[in-house]
Design a protein. Structure first.
Length: 443
């Protein structure tokens, strides 16, 4: 018979374990998931897989051969067949599981049941992706990974590929200029837009890439990165001189492509289908990434002369957005709002910006400017971002796909230090030399 002392000890241990688990779940969700959540969710999944699939309508009638084999060998009731399950692969944030779809099923059937699967297996979220025809992967996330952002240990980096944020499915959001040449980033004050730019510039600083900045707020955002910038314009007047230089650089690169491929010099640029990546590495010009901070400042006018300058700058930006990719020139445009009310050419320029990132905005119209024309269902998600979640955003592209992301904290001092340490990688571009920012060198 168990004595009272033993009961008190066991009860005390249970209380301590419960308090510790509650603390870990609140303060260290990754640790709680590894110690408690993962075993429980794995047991739930293995024990209820067949019944859950049947309840979600993801089972199919068995084949005749299977029916005959079951009746001959066991004489049990023949039940519907769920998708064939692969090996469970635990991760630091959840579980990964591949399913072989039965004939007649499609990935959309599984995606439609994601919310049911989440509740049945006791996880934070379930995401479905297609591996190949007939094979899908379920990514089970055990906790809210966007609450405290920790980037994955293994990041897929390459030339013009920069991991800048974490997706809600615990994978890295990578800004890939080779795939999505131009991007638009919108966000209100203190929404985390500047943090997104810090990660982007810090990631590009260590690559053989020319960074060009236009910051009409007197350079307060981009000036700390001056040691790594090939050119910087800090007011509309300087931007009006820098943009034609970039267009001229683009035209020279097209001439280089024409010469290399034997194309007649009179052929219009729009009819050239190749790009600088087809050139030998020894002849290939260095890629250029143009970062425009607070694009609305380029559109504001006060006099008739300002209007002419504005129209010229917008025309140059549109040309760079339409033709720059083939010449290795990429745009990253940032602002608080970016719609037709800015003036002539704004909507046309926005249409050329394939990648979209929308942080917290002040009104629904701003969210529609960023996402309404590519992923209308993402507008509502962008409007629900709370002010106390800086860095949280909704990312989408012209494919219609979208997801929530959050940028981890990066101090301005650390980002500036990265640019100083990478200053020797700044390429020498004669066309941009007059716009190279002056950098103070400490003895």
């Amino acid at each position: 018979m168990v004595d009272a002392t033993t009961l008190l000890v066991v009860g005390g241990l249970l209380v301590v374990f419960g308090v510790g688990a509650a603390y870990a779940r609140a303060r260290h969700p990754g640790l709680y998931w590894s110690m408690v959540g993962l075993p429980i969710s794995t047991a739930r999944l293995l024990g209820s897989y067949g019944s859950v699939m049947e309840a979600c309508g993801l089972t199919v009638a068995p084949s005749r051969l299977r029916v005959m084999a079951v009746r001959v060998t066991t004489r049990r009731e023949v039940r519907p067949v769920p998708p064939r399950r692969g090996i469970l692969r635990p991760t630091s944030t959840g579980l990964r599981l591949r399913l072989r779809l039965a004939p007649g099923q499609e990935p959309a059937d599984v995606a439609a049941s994601a919310e049911r699967l989440r509740h049945a297996w006791g996880v934070h979220a379930v995401y479905v992706s297609t591996v190949k025809p007939g094979l899908v992967e379920l990514r089970l996330v055990g906790f809210d990974v966007l609450k405290r952002v920790r980037m994955p240990r293994k990041l897929d980096t390459a030339l013009l590929r920069v991991p800048v944020a974490l997706r809600e499915d615990a994978t890295a959001f990578v800004r890939d200029y080779r795939t999505v040449p131009h991007g638009l980033t919108l966000g209100a004050t203190l929404s985390g837009k500047s943090m997104f730019l810090r990660h982007l510039i810090s990631g590009l600083a260590s690559q053989p890439v020319a960074l060009v900045g236009i910051d009409c707020k007197r350079g307060v955002e981009l000036a700390p990165f001056a040691p790594r910038l090939s050119a910087l314009a800090t007011d509309p007047a300087e931007a009006a001189e820098l943009l034609p230089a970039l267009v001229g650089e683009m035209e020279e690169r097209y001439d280089l492509i024409k010469t290399r491929q034997g194309i007649a010099p009179g052929i219009p640029d729009e009819e050239i289908t190749s790009d600088i990546w087809g050139l030998p590495e020894s002849e290939r010009p260095v890629p250029i990434v143009l970062v425009v901070d607070e694009v609305a400042e380029l559109f504001l006018i006060a006099t008739r002369k300002d209007e002419e300058r504005r129209d010229e700058m917008v025309t140059h930006l549109i040309r760079l957005a339409q033709l720059g990719r083939a010449a290795g020139i990429y745009l990253e445009v940032c602002g608080q709002r970016f719609g037709a009310e800015l003036g002539k050419g704004a909507t046309m320029l926005r249409a050329q910006l394939t990648g979209r990132v929308c942080h917290r905005v002040n009104d629904e119209a701003s969210a529609k400017m960023a996402l309404g024309d590519i992923a209308p269902e993402a507008v509502g998600a962008a409007c629900t971002i709370a002010p106390d979640a800086p860095g949280l955003a909704v990312a989408g592209d012209t494919s219609g796909g979208w997801s929530r992301i959050r940028t981890p904290y990066l101090s301005l001092a650390d980002a500036a230090a990265t640019c100083r340490n990478s200053a020797h990688l700044t390429p020498d571009l004669p066309a941009l030399k007059p716009f190279r920012p002056d950098v103070l060198v400490n003895d």
